[in-house]
Design a binder for this molecule. Structure first.
Ligand code: AOF
Ligand code: ZN
Length: 357
């Protein structure tokens, strides 16, 4: 269906407000939900309030801006709501924003990019049908880039998949006797925890579970658990032992914090479908050679974070189990995107899809 309303023209004040909304959106946490910013623009072109969405389960950007206006007693007649994503039209964990905007009596809405989801889309049409002046497409490219992972996950109807591998110079993730802690240095491990805070779920396989018994929690450099914890998923057809650390989460005395997920399958598609049904928009696979190979073989890796330490391990396990690639013509090629870690440690974040962090 054609997008509702017009594609402009836009005033200079609307463009300034959209830039402010984009900046505000960047303050949000990327995850199951997109990052979104919303700016309320006065009739005379002054920027009145700027709100943003703080992550899944919290109020939407438009609601944040409306709440600020309410608290400040700002009159809303003649104002324009400028938002980086089409206002939602559903009642999920929050919302619907389109109805809140209509109820507030705001006469004009400008958004950058459409929300194409079945659940939340259609807010623009709803507003236009109810007599609100709706325009879209202002700074659309910037707004799309801001949520490129989220848009990709929507198109694929599965969570965005990042694969993390910490390996030796010779592509091993453990020594011959199975010892693996630690191959990379402290800066790479700190970066790994920063990655964990940005995803909705971390996934490992049964092999890694039995070998390393990882907790899969997100922690600060000093070891304290971070406020936002991802799901901890184990993909294995075998039972997960009752005393596995992954079951206990950040509080060892709380046996079940609701974040542990057992995925009793070897099929990564099935695993992703189950995670998606729990609202996971971005999963980090930190799973060991078998799980890494399972996702790579099915072309399910959107992004690879490769940490390569200057160490040789010789006979240890290869980072990725055999993929059945027999000749160079069948090699999987990636676009490499070098990034520097704090402390000058080089790493390579190779991005398989055409999108950036
Ligand atoms: C908006 N404004 O700030 C955001 C929107 O689970 P919920 O209720 O938070 O809804 C999430 C969906 O709403 C999300 O998948 C996306 O389609 C939309 N996000 N919409 O109007 C916002 N974050
Ligand atoms: Zn909303």
């Amino acid at each position: 269906a054609a997008a509702p309303g017009s594609r402009g023209p836009f005033t200079a004040a609307e463009e300034t407000a959209m830039r402010a909304a984009l900046d505000a959106a960047r303050l949000g946490v990327r995850g199951a939900n997109p990052v979104v910013g919303a700016a309320l623009l006065g009739a005379d072109g002054t920027l009145l309030h700027v709100g943003h969405h703080r992550g899944a389960g919290t109020e939407h950007a438009e609601v944040d801006a409306l709440r600020q206006a309410h608290e400040a007693g700002t009159p809303l007649h003649g104002t324009t709501m400028v938002v980086t994503l089409e206002p939602c039209r559903h009642t999920g964990r929050t919302g619907p924003c389109a109805e809140a905007i209509l109820a507030a009596g705001i006469p004009r809405v400008v958004y950058a990019v459409a929300d194409g989801t079945e659940t939340a889309g259609g807010g623009g049409a709803f507003l236009a049908e109810h007599g609100v002046s709706v325009a879209h497409g202002l700074l659309e490219r910037e707004a799309r880039e801001l949520n490129d992972r989220w848009f990709l996950a929507q198109r694929r109807r599965r969570p965005f998949v990042s694969l993390k591998i910490a390996q030796s110079l010779d592509g091993r993730v453990a020594a011959a006797d199975g010892t693996s802690q630690w191959i990379t240095g402290a800066p790479a491990r700190a970066e790994g925890h920063a990655l964990r805070t940005r995803v909705d779920a971390i996934l490992m396989g049964g092999g890694t579970l039995r070998l390393d018994d990882p907790a899969l929690t997100a922690r600060a450099e000093d070891g304290t658990p971070l406020a936002r914890q991802p799901f901890r998923a184990v993909m294995s057809t075998r039972p997960v032992p009752d005393d596995a650390r992954v079951r206990r989460g950040v509080a060892p005395d709380a046996p079940d914090d609701g974040l542990f997920v057992h995925l009793p399958t070897h099929d990564p598609h099935e695993a992703l479908a189950e995670l998606r049904s729990r609202g996971v928009g971005h999963v980090l696979v930190e799973g060991g050679p078998t799980v890494s190979a399972a996702f790579l073989a099915e072309d399910l890796v959107d992004e690879l974070w490769l940490y390569q330490a200057p160490v040789l391990l010789g006979e240890g396990a290869a980072a990725v189990a055999p993929l059945g690639i027999g000749t160079l013509a069948d090699a999987r090629r990636w676009r490499s995107d070098p990034v520097g870690l704090p402390g000058g440690v080089p790493a390579v974040g190779s991005v398989g899809e055409d999108c950036r962090w």
